[in-house]
Design a protein around this ligand. Structure first.
Ligand code: DGL
Length: 275
């Protein structure tokens, strides 16, 4: 009889992913590309979006209810695919849940430190993420860097309105980035799940020399490492599925969500939330 090596142990239970709405689909898309055999369940809290301007306690309350929902599907790992929820609720979820729980802030911070040469890093995100100073703390846990933060509350609505390529978005982006560029950052962390959709406009404004860090990809690599270490990879024999749940407006989710996921989303189920 042949003894199984670490990589041969498998677990076909799904990975649970959640966000305040559509943004986490950029993370789900990166996970799906990096780990094509994994079954994925996504929950978008469209009844409560945006989280970026809400208080810590309320975001923790929503996150608790969503993770309880995901656990019913026997998820093997939970991804907090929202920067604001990672900033506010991740420590609580890590303490209270039995399975591994990963957020997007640590992987993004690691990637930023790795990319920066002059150790001057800019971070853009929602008010909640920026005020929590979570990126600043994570980055400085890894290496001493100068971290310059900028809340960009207008970007989420502009992206959701589909104005990614609009002149108005270009003007707003310029205004937000000016103070960071004045500090001569060489790395910019996209600390909000929506911002990968603005990569081209951001790149145009920061110039070739500034590296953009997309937390979605960094998070997908971190998940791959965790699955490897814990022998939790799915195998090719399971019938792959991607499922989508929301707390409100499934039709809107299909339309807007497909832009974030870069693939058509066909089936979305609405779930009643208690809070
Ligand atoms: N998903 C949120 C984040 O990454 C942005 C949208 C919101 O404010 O809920 O912070």
């Amino acid at each position: 009889m042949r003894i199984k090596t670490k990589n041969e142990t498998t677990n076909n239970n799904p990975i649970g992913i959640f966000d305040s709405g559509f943004g986490g689909l950029t993370v789900m898309s990166a996970i799906n590309e990096t780990l094509p055999l994994e079954n994925l369940i996504y929950f978008g809290d469209t009844a409560h979006v945006p989280y970026g301007s809400k208080s810590k306690n309320i975001v923790i309350r929503y996150s608790k209810e969503i993770t309880a929902f995901l656990i019913k599907y026997k998820v093997k790992l939970i991804v907090v695919a929202c920067n604001t929820a990672s900033a506010f609720a991740l420590p609580f979820l890590k303490k209270t849940l039995k399975m591994p729980v990963l957020g997007v802030i640590k992987p993004g911070s690691k990637a930023a430190v790795f990319a920066s040469r002059n150790k001057k890093i800019g971070v853009i995100g929602t008010e909640g993420t920026i005020n929590s100073r979570s990126y600043l703390r994570e980055i400085n846990k890894i290496s001493r860097c100068r971290v310059y933060q900028q809340a960009c509350p207008l970007l989420v609505p502009l992206i959701e309105e589909g104005l990614n390529d609009d002149k108005i978005t270009d003007i707003v982006v310029k205004k937000y980035l000016e103070p960071l560029l004045d500090k001569r950052i060489d790395t910019l962390v996209l600390g909000c799940t929506h911002y990968p959709l603005l990569k081209h406009i951001l790149k145009k404004n920061v110039g070739e020399k500034v590296v953009l860090i997309d937390s979605a990809k960094a998070t997908a690599y971190e998940i791959r490492n965790t699955l490897y270490k814990r022998c939790l990879f799915a195998n090719s024999r399971s019938k792959k599925f991607l499922r989508f749940y929301v707390s409100d407006n499934p039709d809107k989710f299909k339309t807007i969500g497909s832009r974030f996921f870069s693939k058509k989303i066909l089936n979305v189920k609405k779930i009643e939330m208690a809070c």
